[in-house]
Design a protein around this ligand. Sequence first.
Ligand SMILES: Cc1ncc(COP(=O)(O)O)c(C=O)c1O
Length: 406
Amino acid sequence: MTHLRARAVDLDATDPLRAFVDRFVPAPGVQAYLDGNSLGRPVAVTAERLAGFTREDWGTRLIRSWDEGWMEIPFELGDRIAALTLGAAAGQTLVADSTTVLLYKLLDAAAGARADRTEIAIEATNFPTDRFVAQAVAERHGMTLRWLEADPVHGPGLDEIDRGVGAQTAVVVLSHVDYRSGAIADLPAITARVQASGALMLWDLCHSAGAVPVGLDAAGVDLAVGCTYKYLNGGPGSPAFGYVAARHQDVLRQPIEGWMGAGDVFAMSRDFEPATGMRRFLSGTPPVLGMLAMADMLDLIEQAGLDEIRAKSVSLTSFVVEAADELLPEARLLSPRDASWRGGHVTLGHPGFEAIVPALWGEGVIPDFRYPDGIRLGLSPLSTTYAEALDGVQAIRGALAERPRG
Ligand SMILES: Cc1ncc(COP(=O)(O)O)c(C=O)c1O
């Protein structure tokens, strides 16, 4: 046994969260699932929750279920996500729409609240949906986009804010954890600097929620959005969450004002009168089916504790960096080496990676590829073992060695 294998065995044996791995649906034929940062694995009890829901809540209670709880699910689930993963008090988070749509709604509302300003600032390599939505919202409000250039490995910091944000800025959109490098942005410091200029701060928490503690209230963040199918294991296309700090809720107006966001949903009044609180950020009928699975993951997060989850995440990514240093010496580390600034995934770069990913998937080793030459190794703390992570790095090494050279 190599020393890395012995370390993996030892780390798994002493992992205080090891038992959680068995709480997920087994995936026969999958040797290493390293894409939980894109689509989390289903929790085993979710199958029974979905069947029970179909039989009882939907099948038997039928439309009565709207009055018996469904109307409140977006807010109850939002509060749970907020308490367990976002560091936010109740009444500021809802679950609705997709990240893209909710981002549009909140960003548009923020731009409207700073209509006397002329720019929306966004990091130039932020996730495509964030950039596209920011472009659309800027256009709608007659504003221009200010691209903030940041280091590709370490992400944006205060220097970039100082260079690009000022009295002209209406709102700044950044990702807390970068989708490529996994770099963690200094959310409290950046939020404070942005707000000092009078702009609003909107964070994308897609790669944070459930893996990296956020502390929204403590940092005084204005707005945030994130998805629930990564580390919250809500399943493919599960709806997003959105956070609006209590102080802004009755001021902001979001652009898709539908009946579910009205003050009196069933009044069927002629004119739209927004509800108070978070309800005004709803638009149409909540996607109740899509909200079921994440509740089981939230149960696991509650049992494990987010600080323990983060501790295992740091340990897992550190182990992968160590294994990659040794087994893949020609690959470039495209994530921060300092674990305190690294989220839940590790990205490596090598010109041979694009060619080997299909073969890896074929043999049940599942990382993902990000153009131009990055492999992302997503390590989901409750479902990933150290042995599995090492299997992944070893398989990449084997596939690189075997690939045909042109
Ligand atoms: C940073 C970031 N923002 C947004 C999204 C996706 O948005 P949506 O849920 O609308 O597909 C992703 C998806 O991977 C993402 O990584």
